[in-house]
Design a protein around this ligand. Structure first.
Ligand SMILES: [Zn+2]
Length: 199
């Protein structure tokens, strides 16, 4: 608990923060390049018009919407999440785990329908449907989650994976059905285990 926690504390404006009651974990689903700054690329992608996983021009977006196509997404004001992490090169060219800062805690998120007003969004870059994250990736998330939990009095049961919101909102009957809607933060992440470690 340590240096990382202090680093996080320095970057957080607690005075103007919203009243956060939940933390929602996500994965980017896209691969972590481990080289370039994927966080900034995700941010660029989310701040432009999007359709079916690709950026499109405003003109194409408006034409699609006019012809009744669903799922065209307008540019966001910032990256969708408050915090995240990814591997990127250190000065010696070795991949090293980096903490990333997104939206300030004074700003509503754009990561989980019906939860953005009160849930801090945290995204680990990578696709954890295919393989689990490394222990140090989980530990970085736990360090940040513990800090947020202590500052905002967030209970462990309110630290949830994106797919779990479908069950909580009554849109899926169980975990399996929820994960078939969206598997985020990845089929290989065990949210019960994460909550247990935060108790
Ligand atoms: Zn998600």
């Amino acid at each position: 608990m340590s240096n990382k926690l202090i680093l996080v504390g320095n970057d957080i404006d607690l005075v103007n923060a919203r009243k956060w009651s939940h933390i929602i974990l996500h994965h980017s689903w896209s691969k972590d390049s481990q080289k370039v700054n994927d966080w900034d690329n995700i941010k660029k992608y989310q701040m432009q018009w999007r359709y079916a996983g690709n950026n499109i021009t405003e003109k194409v977006a408006k034409d699609l919407i006019a012809s009744g196509v669903k799922g065209v997404e307008p540019p966001d004001k910032d990256i969708a999440y408050n915090y995240g992490e990814e591997y990127a090169m250190d000065g010696n060219g070795n991949p090293t785990l980096k903490f990333r800062i997104g939206r300030p805690l004074s700003m509503v998120g754009a990561h989980t329908k019906r939860y953005n007003e009160f849930a801090v969004g945290y995204c680990i870059v990578g696709n954890f449907d295919l393989a689990p994250p490394k222990e140090e990736e989980i530990e970085m998330f736990l360090t940040v989650a513990r800090a947020l939990m202590s500052w905002f009095k967030i209970e462990p049961k309110n630290v949830i994976g994106h797919y779990e919101t479908y069950v909580l909102l009554g849109q899926a009957k169980d975990k399996k059905e929820a994960q078939s809607i969206k598997s985020c933060p990845g089929l290989m992440i065990n949210m019960d285990d994460i909550r247990h470690r935060l108790e």
